[in-house]
Design a protein around this ligand. Structure first.
Ligand code: HEC
Length: 105
């Protein structure tokens, strides 16, 4: 399978690539850059599913991550009204790559 993305990045499936786009547009400004300078610094989501629990101690499962995205959490807004089910699945698929292609912090 040939999926030429940007050079030196691992190839993503079309679904993961869609998820990366959504992440870059909707999540990265907080989770990579904290551009709003939130007091609760948005946790680093790289390798989210490599551990049994997320940074806050909740289980690192698809269901839990979906819940956070749909309902928000603390200073994180809910995305329920802006995201379709297939976009949600794409985002989760991308998070499962450990965030391939993002700047490693
Ligand atoms: C306005 C800034 C902001 C945006 C945009 C944002 N987040 Fe968050 N996110 C946060 C903050 C702050 C927390 C920590 C919440 C807390 O623990 O109180 C968080 C927590 C999380 C967690 C839970 C981590 C844990 O340990 O429980 C996940 C998963 C997550 N965000 C994913 C996403 C995804 C995916 C997107 C894009 C759809 C996104 N976030 C967009 C600020 C943001």
């Amino acid at each position: 399978m040939i999926l030429a993305g940007c050079h030196s990045q691992p190839a993503l499936t079309p679904q993961q690539a869609e998820g990366k786009h959504l992440y870059d547009v909707g999540c990265a400004h907080c989770h990579e850059e904290n551009d709003l300078r939130l007091k609760t610094v948005p946790p680093n989501l790289h390798g989210l599913f490599d551990h049994k629990t997320m940074p806050d101690g909740a289980p690192a499962t698809d269901a839990e991550v979906e819940r956070v995205i749909l309902h928000g959490k603390g200073l994180m807004p809910s995305f329920a009204y802006q995201i379709s089910q297939s976009q949600l699945e794409a985002l989760i698929a991308y998070l499962h790559t450990g965030l391939a292609g993002e700047n490693n912090q």
